[in-house]
Design a protein around this ligand. Sequence first.
Ligand SMILES: CC(C)(COP(=O)(O)OP(=O)(O)OC[C@H]1O[C@@H](n2cnc3c(N)ncnc32)[C@H](O)[C@@H]1OP(=O)(O)O)[C@@H](O)C(=O)NCCC(=O)NCCS
Length: 215
Amino acid sequence: MKANENIILIGGGGHCKACIDVIETENKFQIIGIIDVPEKLGQVILGYKIIGNDDNIPDFAKQGYNFLITIGHLGNPNQRIKLYDIVKENGGLLPVIISPIAHVSKHSSILQGTIIMHHALINADAKISENCIINNKALIEHDVIIEDNTHISTGALINGNCRIGKNCLVGSGVVVKQLINICQNTIVGAGAVVVCDIVNSGIYTGIPAKKKDNE
Ligand SMILES: CC(C)(COP(=O)(O)OP(=O)(O)OC[C@H]1O[C@@H](n2cnc3c(N)ncnc32)[C@H](O)[C@@H]1OP(=O)(O)O)[C@@H](O)C(=O)NCCC(=O)NCCS
């Protein structure tokens, strides 16, 4: 059966391809095109055309389309935030996208613009805010709070009662011990283990995670 709602994707890179796979698997939204730079107009990504650039977002948004920001976030979320705000200001819709092969507890909450990708597990009373990426195979345990614009990367484990501030990148395979707070604008490098609160923004790596020296 064909999906009955339309959606426009903003950003046509690698993360977009992973999002397309989730959207196609969910089969709730029909992708009508992708927004990217003007030079890519007319190019095709996994069968979907680039139909415009950032300047066209207000017009599409005013027509009431659904959107997903499909620009990745590997440390700098500014472009994701800027375009998300443009969609919102112009009345575009930002649905939650959930892979049917993720498990999302009925006791959790997820706000608009967020994507829950394949095999993610969102446990009871977790709260995930706007414009977040919960990437493939990530675990968000019970009572965790994830604030706006944060990316929890592939295979990261966020244990019970943690709070991850806004605009963070938690890298692939990171383990965050239970009851940990990570402040906004923090990057935790791939493979790190976070065992105490992070109260100063910056880049943290290693086991146990420590602030990188060269900052
Ligand atoms: C931590 C990170 C942000 C650092 O990026 P960067 O500032 O560009 O760092 P560089 O690649 O220049 O490396 C600088 C140093 O840090 C080390 N380093 C980089 N990433 C590291 C990591 N995850 N853990 C431990 N050390 C790391 C490098 O080996 C290098 O060490 P050296 O100075 O002794 O040679 C990045 O490497 C990272 O882990 N990003 C997350 C990637 C990820 O999880 N993607 C998920 C996609 S879903």
